[in-house]
Design a protein around this ligand. Sequence first.
Ligand code: C2E
Ligand code: MG
Ligand code: MG
Length: 677
Amino acid sequence: MASLAHDHNFWIVGGAALVCILGSCLTMLLSRRLVGSGGLRKQFQTSLSALIGGMTIWSTHFIAMLAYQPGVAHGFATTLTVVSLGIAVGGNAIAKMMLAYGTGHIRTLGGGAVFGCTIAVMHYVGMTAYELPGYIIWSFSHVLLSVVLGAVLGALAYRSVIEGKSNHASLFATVLMVASICAMHFTGMAAISLNLNPLVFVSPQLMSDGVLATVVACVTTIILFIGFVGFSVELTTEREAVAAVQRSNLHDALTGLPNRLFLNQILEDLDDQRRGSGNPHVAVFTLDLDRFQEVNDIHGNRIGDAVLVEVASRLKEVCAPTHFVARTGGDEFAAVFLGFESNEKASSFAQRMQDAISRNIILADAALSVGVTIGVATTLSDETALDEVLQKADMAKYRAKSDVAQSICFFDADLDRAALDRQHLTHDLRQALPKQEFELNYQVQIGTSSGDIAGFEALLRWNHPIRGRVSPEVFIPLAEETGLIRSIGHWVLHEACLEAANWEKPYSIAVNVAPQQLVQPEFVAELDGCLTQSGLSPHRLEIEVTEATLIDDKARALEVMYQIKKMGVRIAMDDFGKGYSSLATLRAFPFDKIKVDRSFVSNLHLDHQRAAIVRSTLLLGDALKMPILAEGVESEAEYAFLRRERCHYVQGYLFGKPQSREEIHPLVSGVPKVRAS
Ligand code: C2E
Ligand code: MG
Ligand code: MG
């Protein structure tokens, strides 16, 4: 009596283990992929992993069988050997389909168990193919154990593939698959005892060890071949998919040109290169099409798109390998010229781009022409980072846009400094409110009949950390352009109301309100909120608006003004006389006060024209029953004139400059006190 568990050639067992490990690795890597993919790719991966998994089990089994040397004549029945291969592949296909298309436990534990049972069925069919002079005696407890071990370990391997996301999980699943095959095989082998009997006939038609070894070698080679080919097809497909996504992220869908993101990456790369070796110079161009909006408006978006595609292709035509061109926005493009040596070279490239774009564009039913404005900045003049060079090219482009004489402009520090400065200031202005850099000053307003204080005007101050105090005449227009005025204006209103509510003397408080602020939908609610939160009586609040505030959206402005007046808040017309249609504005809107601009007040006692304007404004005020306030009173003579002419209120340096909250405290309270902020 002999046992198959003994008499093994361990070199061949090692070979079986190697095939088992390699095949399991490939199978599990593919299984992991098929879990996350779909469509045809999933079918391909399912078939491939079923084929490799099946062949791996089969090869492992038969190589291990070849390792057994019983010392008597033996062989393998051909049909059963082939059937066992079919069982291995077929069973694996079922297991992989459960893994690929099943759900819940069917997918993991079910698929894995089918896999384990497939090993068992293949193993025992394979064993029946093994013939030698004698009889096989089975230990059923071992057989049962081998099936259970194969199924449990297989189920665990599949669960690990599904649930684990990391590479460790794949490795673990591979180890479990190898364990499942080996545990099944060797327990199955241990289940067998041989009762050798030379009288038992062994057919001479059986496959010999040599033939089986050749077949197994072929199958193993096929496993490895299709495994590696399949896997490299997988990797290539994946790489192509990633490249396609990257490409679509970095390219403009309409023209196929690189987009702004790509341009930024190129500029960053060039920055690194320039820091590294050779320091090649770079010229950056920003391009803006002229009359493109017109094309879109007249001919429609389809033609507009066709024009952009044509412009892009012409730009590509003029590009050499040292040039890079991108579409950075609607009708905006940018180009980079690497390694240029002189401004002349950059200029001639810009000229070539302009000539190419300006040629007539012939489309199906129209011949169109668009021009282009180009701004250029280079690293020749200074060594700043390329994103700044790009900004400078933009500034040069803006200058070119407003200049009728030239459509290609190079950045010029002197000419473009103002624009650069504005850009920096705008950047800082965005931080000013959160960084608490704003402060309100208050300028006193005097009633001329009594000479007493009538109220204060709140004037905004920006304490810039480096520039010091920035004039509102500089930053208010910036805040209006950027829309920041809404939040800033709200802060001013809130702060001024809180401050005035805290004064012991009930002086009125005048707050300047910008055009954008007044017409924004939330303004009335915000104003109401400020009054409620501060507890300030609406009658003490005066809103100052300029003519510009009212011109843009007359109907809306009028509606808001009536709502404000209904709340009990007064409205003054600021800077009267400065605008183009002050009289018409005055007639159309319900003002409570007119503030004569300080340009008419300065030296009005010496200037007949100014005196006449102020006199007629006072008459107008009388007729409309609107009190008049003269701004910018600096001298006693001006004040004397205004009093004589019965101007109702005055404001100016003669009575007090705009002062801080602390400085006006003695004026607003009997007992000086400081409001807690
Ligand atoms: P404004 O509302 O006409 O304010 C009067 C301006 O004249 C203030 O300049 C004030 O300091 C100045 N001023 C007053 N008296 C005299 C004087 O006797 N002589 C001279 N030469 N100037 C005098 P400021 O504070 O620089 O403000 C300028 C403008 O900025 C304001 O003109 C107003 O249009 C705007 N502004 C100020 N604060 C705010 C605000 O909180 N919101 C809005 N939207 N605009 C504001
Ligand atoms: Mg004002
Ligand atoms: Mg004014």
